[in-house]
Design a binder for this molecule. Structure first.
Ligand code: B12
Length: 220
């Protein structure tokens, strides 16, 4: 049950996401905005609860991967309307961020939202996609002379993949010159510290400020 009992439109958006109805999701998101609801509120109280329900269904076996993918299409339709409104206008020229979902993990929606926030805050972003092996992070850091790496991961196993990625960056002699932030359901603040990251971002909106604080005041 996704219905936000306090807000019928947000509840309905959740319902259309669950059904995988992209046109109706998009139309309702537009309607919700037109009636004064905030973009982040629509994401957090309309779309995200539906994804949680789908995730639980996936776990229980009553929802298939194919069905979740159709719902992801509806989420993307909704985000296409919301994303331009979520970003803040900060002057450009903040540095280059290399981002990817770690190896073994194909979840990409959260990473893509982080990218939107970063670009909207003036960062240049190199998106390596999902299921990214450490070697590609290493190549990309060298190629772009990047100072910031952002790792996303949703699977429990991705915590180890993040740890191994960070270890590989260290091995390659790059660790000292980069700041690493991690996010996604695979980690929390404590785990981020344990695997050797510099910071943990709870949501995409937190990413720009988090990175700015790291770049301005490197740890140690
Ligand atoms: C959509 C989805 C899929 C889609 C992904 C499509 C895509 N292109 O992304 C598909 C169908 C492919 C899929 C596959 C699988 N999935 Co899946 N999936 C989900 C689902 C329903 C939603 C995830 C999502 O997109 N959320 C929306 C985004 C916006 O949220 P988010 O990623 O959490 O990101 C937010 C924050 O975490 C943060 N963030 C994320 N990354 C980063 C990075 C940084 C640097 C920062 C600062 C912040 C940040 O910002 C975002 C919001 O602001 C979740 C359930 C759930 N409740 O999360 C399960 C879920 C993640 N999947 C799960 C599983 C098990 C699988 C499969 C193994 C299933 C299977 N039997 O094959 C496969 C995995 C395949 C693989 N090797 O990766 C489990 C993971 C359990 C676990 N703890 O390991 C979940 C939790 C479902 C469940 N309850 O069991 N899945």
């Amino acid at each position: 049950m996704t219905t936000d009992s306090n807000d019928p439109i947000l509840g309905e958006i959740g319902k259309y996401v669950e059904e995988g109805n992209a046109p109706r999701t998009k139309a309702l998101v537009e309607q919700a905005l037109a009636s004064g609801r905030e973009a982040w509120d629509i994401l957090n109280r309309g779309i995200m609860p539906a994804l949680r329900v789908l995730g639980d269904g996936l776990k229980d076996g009553c929802v298939s991967l194919a069905e979740v993918m159709i719902s992801v299409g509806a989420v993307k339709a909704g985000l296409s309307v919301l994303e331009p409104l979520m970003i803040r206008n900060i002057p450009a020229g903040k540095g280059i961020v290399i981002i990817g979902t770690v190896f073994g993990d194909v979840h990409s929606l959260g990473k893509d939202l982080v990218i939107t926030m970063l670009k909207g805050s003036g960062f240049r972003v190199v998106d390596l996609g999902a299921d990214v092996p450490p070697s590609r992070f290493i190549e990309s850091i060298a190629k772009h002379q990047a100072e910031i790496v952002a790792l996303s991961g949703l699977l429990t196993s991705s915590r180890l993949a993040m740890r191994d990625t960070i270890a590989a960056l260290k091995e390659a002699g790059l660790r000292e010159r980069i700041s690493i932030i991690v996010g996604g359901g695979a980690v929390d603040r404590q785990a981020a510290r344990a695997i050797g990251a510099d910071a943990y971002g709870e949501d995409a909106a937190a990413a720009p400020d988090l990175i700015l604080s790291l770049v301005r005041a490197p740890p140690g």
